[in-house]
Design a protein around this ligand. Structure first.
Ligand SMILES: Cc1cc2nc3c(=O)[nH]c(=O)nc-3n(C[C@H](O)[C@H](O)[C@H](O)COP(=O)(O)O)c2cc1C
Length: 378
């Protein structure tokens, strides 16, 4: 028996076990945080239209993405500071994704290196790139290539960091400043504190392990001082560096999606960074149909997905797969590697149940006929 049966249950548990400053960092959004609600509201507003008296005794949610087969239309999104939630967090997430048969995206500000993760997890590994400066980007891309990563994900929605007021109020940043408030917070969460004290201050492992950089790049990345002059022309440069699949993450405008494909991207990730960057932007479900209408390449989506039914809705609209950020981190915070396994299991079971209940047996069956969009979206 377990009382953790939904992703929401894992969220509540992670709130109990994490220090408040860290939970706020994980959960918080930009600006007035209304985009967090908008992401959820849009998913709720899309209705599923079930069809009955069909044979749904055998279901199959396997999904082919860029020529590789996965167990579900699902991937774990890149999230920095996984090691602050659990030491070893990047490896735990990557191994759980490999066991579940879905891709894992390692983020640039990870606490386990590109090489460590590929040694520990044998699944489909993708690497997410933040460009702090070009020389470092070239080096990271070369390392990901040498370590066998299949896909490079360029995140474009962080020309500067979003206005995350919770983090600013809490004084959250790395290295964690040991203020009396944070020490008290830690004392109230002994499980997390014991692990933290044993493993030491989380570092940006990919940058400290870098030959070309010292602390400057780590410092810049921690403060999210990315290369704000990076443009479409530089995307073409990156395309030349990376011979495998290249995705552009953070696209919200159909014209940007088309431009990314013109520059050689193999696919698009429609994302508002989980509501953490431009707080006044649209929900991803609202813009997904417009992006799909503009490009023929695979379009993935994230931001606000918490249930298998949410994922089925996006696939019905035409998304090739959904990435989950916080959902996987709730599992990691609440139960370590086993917690991530459990969350992935919950989502895959919910996808399966939802498909049965709407009368679909294969991912290829899922289409617009199964969804009803809010009238205001037309
Ligand atoms: C704690 C946290 C850290 C994140 N770090 C990164 C990152 O390093 N790179 C990146 O491209 N996106 C990052 N994101 C955004 C996620 O990749 C993803 O777009 C977002 O989490 C999806 O929304 P969801 O959390 O509601 O599933 C982060 C998100 C969270 C919650």
């Amino acid at each position: 028996m377990t009382d953790l049966v939904t992703v929401e249950d894992y969220r509540r548990k992670s709130r109990r076990v994490l220090p408040a400053v860290l939970y706020d960092h994980l959960e918080g959004g930009a600006g007035d945080e209304s985009l967090l609600a908008r992401n959820r509201d849009s998913l709720t507003a899309v209705r599923l239209r079930p069809r009955y008296l069909r044979d749904v005794s055998v279901r199959d949610q396997r999904t082919t993405l860029f020529g590789r087969q996965h167990s579900a239309p699902l991937a774990i999104a890149p999230t920095g500071l996984n090691g602050a939630i659990r030491p070893g967090g990047d490896v735990f997430l990557a191994r759980a994704a490999a066991r579940a048969g879905i891709p894992f995206v390692l983020s640039t500000p990870a606490q386990n290196t590109i090489e460590e993760v590929s040694r520990e997890a044998d699944g489909d590994l993708w690497f997410q790139l933040y460009v702090v400066e070009r020389g470092l980007a070239e080096e990271l891309v070369a390392r990901a290539l040498a370590a066998g990563y299949s896909t490079l994900v360029l995140t474009v929605d962080v020309p500067v960091n979003g206005l995350r007021h919770r983090d600013r109020r809490n004084g959250f940043g790395l290295p964690l400043r040991m203020t009396p408030r944070i020490l008290l917070d830690g004392a109230r969460h002994p499980g997390w504190s014991t692990r933290f004290l044993r493993s030491g201050m989380p570092e940006l492992a990919n940058l400290t392990a870098s030959a070309a950089t010292g602390t400057d790049a780590a410092h810049a990345l921690l403060r999210r001082q990315l290369d704000a002059s990076f443009t479409w022309r530089d995307l073409a440069w990156l395309r030349r560096l990376w011979p495998h699949d290249l995705l552009v993450k953070g696209v919200l405008h159909p014209d940007d999606a088309a431009r990314a494909v013109d520059c050689g991207a193999d696919g698009i990730i429609v994302s508002n960074h989980g509501g953490r960057q431009l707080g006044e932007g649209p929900s991803t479900m609202e813009v997904l149909p417009g992006v799909l209408a503009k490009v023929d390449s695979p379009v993935l989506v994230d931001s606000g997905f918490r249930t298998g039914a949410d994922i089925v809705k996006a696939v019905c609209l035409g998304a090739s797969a959904v990435l989950i950020g916080r959902a996987a981190l709730y599992g990691l915070a609440a139960g370590g590697e086993a917690g991530v396994d459990a969350v992935l299991d919950i989502l895959r079971t919910e996808i399966d149940t939802t498909m049965s209940l709407i009368g679909a047996t294969r991912i290829a069956d899922l289409d617009r006929t199964y969804v009803q969009l809010p009238a205001s979206w037309h």
